[in-house]
Design a protein around this ligand. Structure first.
Ligand SMILES: *Cc1c(COP(=O)(O)O)cnc(C)c1O
Length: 232
């Protein structure tokens, strides 16, 4: 399967899942490109452009975002987004190559980013809705303070919420975690008066459940590119 065929198939899955819940055209595809080569990233970006979609590429690691940024930016309109944890010592490098950060997890990180920015930065607050200790993101109880920090900052724009779902084959448990993020988003819209906040949730193996629970953005890697080789 080529990258183009992979994207085409995933776009069809997204559309049929969205259509089934009356949300046709409301769910975007973000490609999770960790471990992919610059050439693969550029090709994937070009395909999204050819399909007339937003060109969203998510990286887990700042280093990989840097290494692929030039290739990705050959495709006009491409947006590079950080979907993995951001350490303080990588902030400058991250700001040099990403257009949005989906992994905002503490007021301290908000303050540090805000101090170094000289432009607007769209951000998503990452929430650990599954409670698994291996997962990044703030606890659901910390969301209000974190949202306040973002909204009170000078340069960060709250674009929505992100989570890496529960790693489980049990549908109702996976869905419950996504439903929690949706409630968090709904509460934040009321509290802040900001409408249309995004819900970035759902990966290759559970995108239908995530869309059913309200995802507006699904992050897909293996369903498009095939299995990842282990990192060296
Ligand atoms: C790798 C990754 C994805 C995509 O996972 P797949 O199962 O390959 O679709 C989504 N989100 C994050 C944060 C990831 O690291």
């Amino acid at each position: 399967m080529t990258i183009r065929e992979g994207i085409e198939r995933v776009l069809e899955s997204i559309e049929s899942a969205a259509d089934a819940v009356g949300r046709s055209g409301e769910v975007d595809l973000e490609l999770a490109v960790k471990t992919r080569t610059p050439e693969e990233c550029r090709e994937a970006a070009q395909c999204l452009k050819d399909f007339g979609r937003p060109i969203l590429l998510g990286h887990n690691r700042v280093q990989e975002a840097r290494d692929t940024a030039a290739a990705i930016r050959e495709v006009e309109g491409a947006s590079i987004r950080l979907i993995g944890p951001l350490q303080s010592n990588k902030i400058n490098q991250a700001l040099a190559c990403v257009d949005a950060i989906e992994s905002i997890d503490s007021p301290g990180l908000v303050a540090k980013l805000d101090a170094r920015l000289d432009r607007r930065l769209p951000v998503l607050v990452e929430v650990n809705v599954s409670g698994e200790s291996s997962k990044h993101g703030c606890a659901p109880t910390e969301v209000v303070a974190l949202v306040d920090a973002v909204v009170g900052s000078t340069n960060l724009d709250l674009e929505g919420f992100m989570t890496v779902g529960l790693n489980s084959p049990v549908e109702k448990d996976v869905r419950a975690a996504y439903a929690l993020l949706r409630r968090i988003r709904d509460d934040a819209e009321v509290a802040t008066g900001i409408g249309g906040l995004a819900l970035s949730m759902g990966m290759s193996n559970d995108l239908e459940w995530a869309i059913d629970e309200g995802a507006t953005l699904v992050r897909i890697g293996t369903a498009v590119f095939g299995p990842r080789a282990p990192r060296v």
